[in-house]
Design a protein around this ligand. Structure first.
Ligand code: ZN
Length: 448
């Protein structure tokens, strides 16, 4: 059976991937994205150059569970002009200046009439905040608090050349086919405009994982989704509800480029294989990693883990949403990210996949006493390895614990051995007819 195994090239690969990911983030950063529209399409087109994506356009007005796909938003320009013709909060300088999904506006206002439409972050007077108004027709501008405070009384001309009209919502996905149809889902939201850690870091890590898996044979199939947050994951779930039973494990990725430690957020029950595999990898191999319990807040794990969908999906970030100062402001720019942080997050995901791929139950076919390994050539087979004793120990653990319902991950947790080593031992024992995999009993998906 094909199974993902990582080799000693992975550290070098992760460093190269880190550099490439940061380049991709810098390239995507200036694009004016939103939950619909041309910027979102340009983004998935660029991602398709890394790995070819399947694009689905979901028309405006489509009902997706309790939501409806909104009108498509397009924007040409947005700025405020004072009486002497001086422009500020110009979208061309920073696309966060215009409230995302603003309706078209062209009017002249007094400062006090304009003020309710202006947003800033007083604690960080030079940063421009990010605000959206997707589902409520409104308009506004975001600007540095220092600039907001310095505005003199007078009249201001406001220009927002945007359109809100029937169009579609763009979903993009890539399916890597493994030996079995069961899937591991990887989700990254791709709807934020010029914000780097919040969404572009997750997008870059996800597309680079897809590119890596294309070069490898795997047991599971992997589905990578790039969708606008909330409405995008809901639309994808609504359109694919009949096939959700194939998803065995899932990870939502975002906020992976800052210098904070990796943080894994558990699924609602906290005991799914993805929860255990992620924590097994993180606490062993990425010191300082943190674990957090599920809460129905954050990113699209809220949709995947809603009671009527109930998929085993966790989330990997570094510093979580809302817990770093730069979050949802112009200070969340590519300079906040490092290739090392991105590369390490990429490597952590690859190792979690490896653990999930190895995690099967086996039964010992010679359980009465220890089978004689030397007679089967298993000692000779181990001759070239430096960690001969460890490999032997891994075989003994597998033989001792493989009762048909103790999985490789259980054995890895109990023995505190690297799961890759146990996976190698398992393959050798399988070849020698000493272990046989147990077909997993398909658990019915609970229907709400
Ligand atoms: Zn966000």
């Amino acid at each position: 059976m094909e199974q993902l195994r990582l080799d000693d090239q992975m550290t070098a690969l992760s460093q190269a991937a880190g550099t490439s990911m940061l380049e991709l983030v810098r390239e995507l950063y200036p694009i004016m994205r939103s939950i619909t529209g041309p910027g979102l399409r340009a983004t998935v087109r660029r991602l398709s150059a890394v790995v070819p994506l399947n694009i689905t356009e979901v028309p405006t007005g489509t009902r997706v569970f309790d939501w409806t796909v909104p009108d498509e938003w397009r924007i040409e320009e947005a700025y405020i002009e004072n009486e002497s013709g001086q422009r500020f909060a110009d979208m061309r300088d920073c696309n966060l200046h215009v409230v995302n999904y603003s309706i078209p506006v062209e009017m002249t206002l007094t400062l006090s009439e304009l003020r309710p439409h202006l947003h800033s972050v007083p604690e960080h007077p030079d940063w421009v905040p990010y605000r959206t108004s997707y589902y409520q027709r409104d308009w506004g501008f975001c600007l540095a608090d220092r600039q907001l405070r310095s505005l003199p009384e007078g009249r201001y001309r406001v220009v927002i050349r945007s359109t809100l009209a029937p169009g579609s919502l763009t979903l993009a996905e890539y399916l890597h086919r493994g030996a079995i149809e069961d899937e591991i889902l990887v989700f990254a939201h791709d709807c934020h405009p010029s914000l780097a850690n919040d969404n572009l870091s997750g997008v870059a890590v996800a597309i680079h994982l897809a590119a890596f898996l294309r070069t490898r044979k795997t047991r599971y199939s992997y589905r990578f989704l790039f969708c606008p947050t909330t409405i995008g994951s809901l639309a994808w779930l609504a359109m694919n509800e009949a096939n959700l039973g194939r998803i065995r494990h899932g990870l939502v990725l975002s906020l992976l480029g800052d210098s904070g430690p990796l943080q894994y957020k558990r699924s609602p029950t906290g005991d799914r294989p993805i929860d255990r595999a992620a924590w097994y990898v993180l606490h062993r191999e990425f010191p300082g990693s943190q674990l957090r319990e599920f809460a129905p807040w954050g990113y699209d794990e809220r949709q995947f883990c809603s009671p009527g969908i109930n998929l085993p999906v966790g989330r990997l970030t570094r510093t979580p949403n809302g817990e770093f100062d730069e979050y949802h402001t112009s200070a969340d720019n590519p300079d906040l990210l490092s290739p090392t942080s991105l590369g390490e997050a990429w490597l952590a995901c690859a190792k979690i996949f490896e653990a999930l791929e190895a995690d099967r139950c086996y039964v010992n076919l010679s359980p009465k006493g220890e089978p004689q390994l030397g007679r089967r050539g298993l000692y000779q087979a181990m001759g070239g390895y430096r960690d001969i004793a460890e490999r032997q120990l891994a075989m003994l653990w597998m033989l001792n614990q493989s009762n048909g319902n103790t999985s490789v991950l259980n054995i890895a947790e109990r023995s505190n051995m690297p799961i890759g080593l146990l996976a190698d031992a398992t393959l050798a024992l399988e070849k020698a007819d000493l272990l046989s995999p147990v077909q997993p009993v398909a658990k019915p998906v609970y229907k709400w």
